[in-house]
Design a protein around this ligand. Sequence first.
Ligand SMILES: C[S@@+](CC[C@H](N)C(=O)[O-])C[C@H]1O[C@@H](n2cnc3c(N)ncnc32)[C@H](O)[C@@H]1O
Length: 236
Amino acid sequence: MNFDRKVETYEKYAVVQKELASWTAEWLPKYTLNSNAIELGAGTGIFTDYLRHVHPELKVTDISNEMVKYGKAKYPTLEWKVMDGWSPICSNVDHIYSSCLLQWADDPICVLKNWYECLSANGNLLTVFFIDGTLDLLKSIGADISAIKYYDENEWLIMFRQAGFKVIRHKVKQVQTNYHSILDLFRSLHGMGAVKKNTINPVRLRQIIKNYESVSIDQNATSLNWIGLKVECCKK
Ligand SMILES: C[S@@+](CC[C@H](N)C(=O)[O-])C[C@H]1O[C@@H](n2cnc3c(N)ncnc32)[C@H](O)[C@@H]1O
């Protein structure tokens, strides 16, 4: 994706990510001492802002150099590191966190197994991510710009269990974002880096707008649905 090049604009457009981070933070433990924690795919630190109050020794990671640089400048007392969240290099971790990351995994079971291996015996994972129903409008007008396979709630729960986890609790939330026009919508997705590289050229964009005009009732207003699933789980 384009996150590496969207560090400066990401937070301006990441309205849904902010809402999901605050919603997921409702399930954070109280201030913890003597336990270690890691955040994967932290981006600019939207969820980190909640985690840092609970885990003053939090280790914060992202695959993007630029995101890590930005985050380090924002929260310099935390330890920031470039790390691939699909196979994190860590062991005996008490808490793993990730927000709006897991939907990007090509092989979710493999990633979840890796996370399971990183946890200590009493370790716990809290994660939130997008599921089926997210950005449906784009699919219907042939503009599947992120090219993600969105799994539904049940498919995800099965994958968590297949990876070895015991699901403690889980909850779904729908968020709607509104735009003045289809172009405004694309500007926003582009600004947050959620567009796969080289997926939209001017010819394709014109076709997408045409498709949109043929299905839309009001071309001066449009909205997108995002469905988040938060899951808390532990080792069996
Ligand atoms: C949608 S942003 C979410 C950022 C942040 N957690 C939030 O909620 O705002 C996704 C982040 O995941 C990072 N990312 C993508 N693939 C990754 C991977 N394999 N390992 C670690 N981070 C990854 C991107 O660099 C980006 O910062």
